[in-house]
Design a protein around this ligand. Structure first.
Ligand SMILES: Nc1c(NC[C@H](O)[C@H](O)[C@H](O)CO)[nH]c(=O)[nH]c1=O
Ligand SMILES: CC(=O)[C@@H](O)COP(=O)(O)O
Length: 159
């Protein structure tokens, strides 16, 4: 189904777990910071809106989305961290570089999640151009940061 004119950030608010005592790490890629900062703002706002405490949210910055896996691993190794949200934006260029990054970070985050038995959320935009990124970082298609944060909360309800 086309994403045209669709808010991709609509999600069910049923059965939201209590996360008032849960610790979240948000790993943010610095590449395309205009976009990733908007994703972070959305994720942070959503965590607070659904019960997380500001003092229980830690932010870590990495250079690019490819480094999100390493940043996630460093956070997952911390016993007190309950869930990790990874935010990035990989815009297609002239070569296949974006494909290699996207595949690497998707697999890398999955590996960290399974290795440390903790939710590691893929909040990485993979747009074809800047406008598609803007549309998904607080624009007409919602905010992928909101979705990523809400996903982390819901995953903490799985025991
Ligand atoms: N072009 C983008 C990058 N490229 C940088 C890589 O993520 C990585 O930092 C570099 O290959 C060194 O390991 N990163 C993004 O997040 N977004 C891009 O559009
Ligand atoms: C996705 C990126 O790393 C981006 O800088 C690649 O650009 P290009 O494929 O034009 O080298």
């Amino acid at each position: 189904m086309s994403s045209a004119d669709k808010n991709l950030s609509v999600f069910s608010t049923k059965e939201i777990p209590d996360v008032s005592n849960k610790n979240f790490a948000i790993v943010v890629a610095e590449w395309n910071s205009e976009i990733t900062e908007a994703l972070f703002e959305g994720a942070y706002k959503t965590l607070i809106e659904y019960g997380a405490k500001a003092e229980n949210i830690t932010r870590v910055d990495v250079p690019g989305s490819y480094e999100l896996s390493f940043g996630a691993q460093k956070m997952a190794q911390k016993a007190q961290v309950d869930a990790i949200i990874c935010l990035g934006c990989v815009i297609q260029g002239e070569t296949k570089h974006n494909d290699y990054i996207n595949h690497a970070v998707a697999q890398g985050l999955t590996n960290v999640s399974l290795k440390y038995d903790k939710p590691v959320i893929f909040g990485v935009l993979t747009p074809n151009d800047q406008q598609q990124a803007i549309d998904r970082a607080g624009g007409i298609h919602g905010n992928k940061g909101d979705e990523a944060a809400f996903t982390a909360i819901k995953m903490l309800g799985i025991n």
